[in-house]
Design a protein around this ligand. Structure first.
Ligand code: FRU
Length: 518
């Protein structure tokens, strides 16, 4: 027998044994997290390949994060569900792999819910089951040129996600003959007392319903004239959210690869109504959750208690164009910082605003307000970042002397003259990020270029909030109206800043040092 098969069978045999807390901390203890480019306040796997966040669910004080994981290499391969938990969305504890591939296939993306009413019958009187709903991708069927090799399946846990049992009669939803048929996101639709599954099906979304998660009926399909069709639709999500004008709306998230505004992978969304059967989009224009190049496959947490009431989103901080060749050695990829999403009505459209979760305060170590904000003769502001090369949060208010915001550029750089530029082009009404000289860019031509985001502004002031980690930047503009997330690989973190523009004034500049989560 081949060694890889023996290892695989050993995993199958022992992977589902109960892990004690002692074993869990021993597992965590092997992790160092100090390699070059290692994010210090973003989730990354201890080693090897990671892509999409999966099965995000809250239960008994823990936020669960499962993720697409290949434990044998730093490139994509037979997919498992890796697992981590957090009590504050910021500090993560790595746990052993939750789901291993089996004879039905690799474990592709999906969701998890708490089956509070034990509709599946998989729980018991005291414990509602945590149910994972995922796609089986059968590599043998794919190899044979079949078209029905992606199916939906369930597994359950009665011990807070620590051990899992796959349902004996999987799959629970067979493939109707469409190659791309995957990434189920399930929620309980209270008015009809049924589960709704939102599924990505090549170039549309299919909704299914079920009373017990074991048999599913097709409800409807969603397509839209305003949608992007540049690639395959993946990883959807459907949830309700109250808009700022107090209307209850439904948000449909549809990830797509390729087809994003700046190339490769991206997350479009639609807002409208859902009646338990059909989703109707009411937005007139297409919007994206993040206009940077590195926020993909993002969806939201299930079962956040009503008393909390937030809708929390997290994406994979990479892009399929180059995710497998970025210059990290021991592991590949990290997740975005978790974000609270809210809804705002504007010009007849409903827009998502994203902001870092408030738990960021748990890692905010020290605040420095830069008070001597004086431009040099050329009108530029520059200097060392208050916390030099430490991971930090930066907040700027930039004003134009004229009525409307005019061009400006914020450059972050280091002694190696590596730099990342974030700027606003008033004529084009666009923000942009340019990382052409940000550090190592040699691995892909698709990494460079001007990455733009449409943004029209009628006043003269703008607020920027920036989360700067060792190898990523997340920019939140005007309290989350626009978000851009990008990764970069500088030889050493940026510690210098410069803000230039012929007509601008920096009226506020704060920095907050962020503690490592590891
Ligand atoms: C998105 C995706 C999903 C799929 C998974 C496989 O990045 O392609 O559609 O389930 O990754 O790893």
């Amino acid at each position: 027998m081949k060694l890889s098969i023996i290892i695989f069978l050993t995993f199958l045999a022992f992977g589902c044994k109960t892990k004690t807390h002692k074993q869990e901390s021993a597992y965590q203890a092997t992790v160092t997290f100090n390699e070059a480019y290692r994010p210090q306040f973003h989730f990354s796997p201890d080693s090897m390949w990671m892509n999409d966040p999966n099965g995000m669910v809250y239960y008994e004080g823990e936020y669960h994060l499962f993720y697409q994981y290949y434990p044998d290499s730093t490139v994509w391969g037979p997919m498992h569900w890796g697992h981590a938990v957090s009590t504050d969305l910021v500090h993560w504890q790595h746990l052993p792999i939750a789901l291993y591939p089996d004879s039905l296939g690799y474990i592709f993306s999906g969701s998890a819910v708490i089956d509070w009413n034990n509709t599946t019958g998989l729980g018991n009187d005291n414990i509602p089951p945590m149910v994972a709903i995922y796609t089986y991708h059968d590599p043998v069927g794919a190899e044979q040129g079949r078209i029905d090799y992606q199916t939906q399946a369930i597994a359950y846990s009665l011990d807070k996600g620590r051990t899992w049992t796959k349902y004996a009669h999987n799959p629970v939803l067979k493939n109707p003959g469409i190659i791309d048929f995957r990434d189920p996101k399930v929620f309980w639709y209270e008015p009809d007392k049924k589960w709704i599954m939102t599924l990505a099906v090549k170039d549309h979304i299919s909704f299914y319903s079920s009373k017990d998660m074991k048999s599913w009926q097709h409800e409807s399909d969603f397509r839209s004239d305003i949608a992007s069709y540049g690639g395959v639709w993946e990883c959807p999500d459907l949830f309700s959210l109250k808009s700022d004008n107090n209307e209850e709306k439904w948000v449909l998230i549809v990830n797509i690869n390729p087809g994003a505004p700046n190339g490769g992978s991206g997350t479009q969304y639609f807002v409208g109504e859902f009646d338990g059967h059909t989703f109707t989009n009411e937005n007139k224009e297409l919007f994206w959750i993040d206009y940077g190049k590195d926020d993909y496959a993002g969806v939201t947490w299930s079962d956040i208690p009503k008393s909390d009431g937030r809708r929390i989103f997290m994406g994979w901080m990479s892009n399929w164009q180059y995710s497998q060749i970025v210059p990290t050695e021991k592991w590949r990829s990290a997740m975005t910082f978790p974000r609270t999403v809210t809804l705002k009505k504007e010009n007849g459209n409903y827009r998502i605003l994203s902001n870092p979760v408030r738990e960021i305060k748990n890692i905010q170590e020290k605040l420095e307000i830069v008070s001597d904000l004086k431009p040099n003769k050329k009108g530029n502001y520059s200097g060392h970042l208050p916390f030099r090369s430490s991971p930090q949060e930066l907040k700027f208010t930039i004003e134009s002397k004229s009525e409307k915001l005019s061009d400006f550029a914020l450059t972050l750089s280091n002694d190696f003259k590596q730099q990342l530029i974030l700027g606003y082009n008033a004529k084009q009404q666009q923000f942009y990020i340019n990382r052409d000289k940000s550090g190592d860019v040699s691995f892909s031509n698709e990494f460079t270029g001007n990455h733009i985001a449409p943004f029209s502004i009628n006043n003269s002031e703008i607020k920027l909030q920036i989360l700067l980690d060792v190898s990523s930047i997340e920019v939140f503009i005007n309290e989350g109206e626009l978000v851009m997330t990008e990764i970069m690989f500088p030889s050493q973190p940026y510690d210098l800043y410069k803000i230039s523009g012929s007509d601008i004034k920096v009226t506020q500049f704060e920095a907050i040092r962020l503690k490592s989560i590891w």
